[in-house]
Ligand binder design. Structure first.
Ligand code: NBG
Length: 761
């Protein structure tokens, strides 16, 4: 018990959240009851990642209670903003894939769809990033240490998940197998309410925690071996301990396959339990159940449903297969072939022997079909096979997904086309209607209404607030395109948002930022294909120009970076160090002054994105064309906003013809997005022709000078040689085509004009 004097801000956060959750629980129970009574078709979104961010502000906004709550608290001497800042982030995801899952939950609840999210309740989310001497240092994200007021433990909802063991053919039915001598782990459910905006619908996100089936091995315990006795318990509970911090590539890790099957098995048992409340047979299963697989991570669900239907429920193979394909669909999030998940056959066979057997049977039947109706060419067949034979046997999870789902979608038009024309070419020929595009989107509740109250207030004042659920409404703003007062207020809001971000930067980094400078922002995971390095080449170019000509008129810029690199991804981590080294020199150079500042905001997260994006004026979406499946950061203010010319005074985009940029250009018009660089097919062509990056280096004096400075340790005098691998890779390989895109990028950057600020006119 605390009173007003002893209560900490954290206490205030917990008290407020609990009382808001209480209000949600009533609606939540009603929603779930209604789904049950009406026996609706349910959609289950299975994802190994949910990058939810903070929940309090979002809940208040969706319940239409934010302003009222704000006033009540203020009267009591509390600030809602401060309280919100005390919420630990729910950072159970790496990047776009996990954030997309979170946005979908918000949208589905708002659309009142009977949707259920399923995932893992990781004890540790994505690592916390610190920057020490310019280098990324990882720390554990102990987000649950103070408890989580949003989750409700369902102590009666526990499922047993089996691993290892062996299989025995059923004596009476040769198609059935019994999976015995297994090592079991319990999955315990935790529920998080997902309120829709402006509706009474409250959906559910169910996350599983791993619990040992029995706490001790009594044999060991009795012989005095206490540590060995509890070791088994800790071992099984490590399954839900920590989120894998890689994005894009997570290959071959045993624990990760365990995580995948753990949450899939518990989820399918739960789905079937719910189905059986209203049904005695499986006849209607596919009519009542849609399961969306977020990337290949939950694809083991396909053989698992087959196993349940055949071994536990006694269905024939054909019937089980028909239901399975009609139930599942799969979203692909990457075209990089080396990033597609594969599991070694021996690992799969050891951990999930029955599943491996089922996968072989699925593959046998599929290849039989291919030979009969498509081709007998073995080189094509070996590409289509779910099992890869060479150099060692692997299960290709994407091939399994395509065969076992009724629909496969890419996440932007270009991406879907690349899937159909390249990596899944033959699959698309075999199943011409299976591939579909669903371009990623974002929830305007979090990314506009909540993150940018100034701008959203302004918008609602002019056109009402229907835009919060129907972004097309924003088109109505075109009427005000020449309205002086509106434009003035628009600029004012951007100015204030920049000031808020400046406060944050000055407080945390001790840097003085020029509010008149253009805020040029690249926030996303660090990956070579995203080309933060190209951005650095631009920065050094600007630096040289200022140094050469300090008196010349120059568009001042503050260039902001944020993002984490996978802990084992050396090249990406070195780019973080490079940015910080360049920042050190540029920010402290008297000739540069406030014309150019570089800020690396550490520990980039959903809540930091909510602070940075409203203040940004130029968004960098500069991946090598063909590599970024979609990009969700780029959509924050662009997608669906129609031809908002006045976006010229908001955030512009500079980018390649990649991912969703292509569609965004159609939406916002070519004058609100600066496009440059090689197209996806040109990237392929130039690589096939074996281009030499040194040609670009030799022919472009400005570029040569930049690279020579890196070779000469200009930015790292105290640590000579550390950037050698960057220079070597640029000049000798340049896999991501930074050199061919350098000149077009620089020329396009030169054209970007800053928005006009209130105070600068
Ligand atoms: C990522 C892509 C992004 C895309 C998100 C969400 C993976 C495997 N892929 O371009 O790199 O925006 O998925 O679809 O995380």
């Amino acid at each position: 018990m605390r009173d007003k004097i002893t209560a900490t801000p954290d206490d205030a956060f917990h008290a407020l959240s609990m009382s808001i959750r209480d209000r949600l629980v009533r609606r939540w129970i009603r929603t779930q009851q209604k789904y049950k009574e009406e026996d609706v078709k349910r959609v289950y979104y299975l994802s190994l990642e949910f990058l939810m961010g903070r929940l309090l502000g979002n809940a208040l906004i969706n319940m239409n209670f934010y302003d009222k709550c704000y006033d009540i608290l203020r009267k009591d001497g509390y600030s809602l903003e401060d309280i919100r800042d005390h919420e630990q982030e729910m950072a159970l995801g790496n990047g776009g894939l996990g954030r997309l899952a979170a946005c979908f939950l918000d949208s589905m609840a708002t659309l009142e769809l009977p949707a259920f999210g399923y995932g893992i309740r990781y004890e540790y989310g994505i690592f916390e990033q610190d920057i020490i001497n310019g280098y990324q240092v990882e720390k554990a994200d102990n987000w649950l240490k103070l408890g989580n007021p949003w989750e409700i433990m369902r102590r009666n909802l526990i499922f047993k998940v089996k691993f290892y063991g062996r299989i025995i053919q059923d004596r009476d039915n040769h198609l059935k197998f019994n999976w015995v001598d297994t090592q079991d782990v319990n999955a315990l459910a935790y529920d998080i309410p997902i309120p829709g905006y402006g509706t009474n619908t409250v959906n559910n996100l169910r996350l599983w925690e791993a619990k040992a089936t029995s706490s001790f091995n009594f044999q060991d315990f009795n012989t005095g071996n206490y540590v060995a006795a509890v070791a088994g318990k800790t071992d099984s509970e490590t399954i839900s301990k920590v989120l894998y911090p890689n994005d894009t590539i997570d290959k071959g890790k045993f624990l990760r396959l365990k995580q995948q099957y753990f949450f899939v098995s518990a989820t399918l048992q739960d789905i079937i339990r719910k189905y059986k409340i209203n049904h005695n047979t499986f006849d209607k299963f596919a009519e009542k159940t849609a399961i969306q697989l977020n990337d290949t991570h939950p694809v083991i669900a396909i053989p698992d449903l087959m196993r349940i239907l055949i071994d536990d429920e006694g269905l024939e193979w054909d019937k089980a297969w028909d239901l399975t394909v009609k139930t599942f669909s799969y979203t692909n999030h990457t075209v990089v072939p080396e990033a597609l998940e594969e599991w070694s056959e021996s690992i799969m066979g050891e951990l999930l022997p029955r599943h491996l057997q089922i996968i072989y049977e699925i593959n046998r039947r599929f290849l039989e079909y291919v030979r009969e109706f498509y081709t007998t060419d073995n080189s094509i067949i070996s590409k289509l096979s779910i099992i890869r034979d060479h150099p060692n046997k692997k299960i290709r999870m994407s091939n399994l997904a395509i065969v076992g789902c009724h629909t496969v979608n890419g996440v932007a038009e270009l991406h879907t086309e690349i899937l159909k024309k390249t990596i899944f070419f033959h699959f698309n020929k075999i199943y011409p209607n299976k591939f579909r595009n669903v371009t990623n989107g974002i929830t305007p509740r979090r990314w506009l209404k909540s993150a940018n109250p100034l701008l959203s207030g302004l918008i609602s004042e002019k056109i009402g607030d229907k835009w919060v659920t129907k972004l097309d409404e924003l088109k109505k703003l075109e009427k005000f395109i020449n309205n002086k007062e509106f434009l003035e207020n628009w600029r004012g809001s951007k100015w204030l948002n920049k000031k808020l971000l400046i406060n944050h930067i000055e407080k945390d980094y001790g840097l003085k930022i020029n509010p008149e400078s253009m805020f040029d922002v690249q926030i996303k995971r660090f990956h070579e294909y995203k080309r933060q390095l190209l951005n650095v080449l631009h920065i050094i170019t600007l630096y040289n120009r200022i140094k050469d000509n300090p008196k010349k008129d120059f568009v001042p810029r503050t260039i902001i970076f944020g993002g984490k690199a996978a802990p084992a991804y050396f090249a990406a981590k070195l780019i973080i160090k490079l940015i910080n080294s360049v920042a050190d020199v540029v920010n402290n150079d008297k000739d540069v002054g406030d014309k150019l500042k570089i800020v690396f905001i550490k520990n980039y997260s959903v809540s930091l994105a909510e602070k940075i994006i409203p203040a940004s004026e130029l968004s960098e979406q500069i991946s090598t064309a063909g590599f970024e499946a979609s990009g969700t950061g780029n959509m924050k203010f662009a997608s669906g906003t129609g031809n908002m010319k006045f976006a010229l005074n908001g955030a512009l985009t500079i980018g390649t013809m990649d991912g969703a940029n292509v569609e965004i250009r159609e939406e916002v018009g070519a004058d609100n997005i600066f496009i440059f660089g090689l197209l996806a097919d040109e990237v392929v062509k130039i690589k096939n022709n074996g281009y030499d990056p040194r040609d670009y280096y030799q022919k472009d004096a400005e570029l040569k000078r930049v690279i020579d400075m890196l070779s000469a340790d200009y930015f790292n005098k105290k640590e000579p040689g550390i950037f050698k691998s960057i220079v070597d890779s640029l000049l000798n390989v340049d896999y991501y085509c930074s050199l061919p895109d350098y000149r077009p990028y620089i020329e396009t950057q030169d054209k970007v004009r800053p928005p006009v600020h209130r105070n600068s006119r």
